[in-house]
Design a protein around this ligand. Sequence first.
Ligand SMILES: [Zn+2]
Length: 120
Amino acid sequence: MRKCNVCKMKKPNFWFKKKPNGDFKKTCRGCERTWWRGFLRMLVKQRELSPAERLGNRLGYMGTAFIMMSPYLLPYDNIGAYTYLAGAILSLPQVWLAKQWNLVVVNLNLLIGYGLYLFS
Ligand SMILES: [Zn+2]
């Protein structure tokens, strides 16, 4: 007998599927495949991230860190403007690959705006 983590009911072992490593799953068969969960599963496309997307994610985090600290660095000899540019360049691949075009436009605007600010 095992306790399901969704319906909290005690059910015999054959109600639980086995994982590839031999352990039983924590959710019983009855709760695993309700029509609602089946519907939600139908809406989601299962996939893994490509290597480019993984790289983009990490660069994106670094870029975000640069953008976050930029406002505080602006008073010190315009270091903030350079970190804004670095942040925009590092964040661009991630939002480009994810096709988040609104954020692509924001980053390009950041590049153009602070580029003009620095070189004029
Ligand atoms: Zn259950």
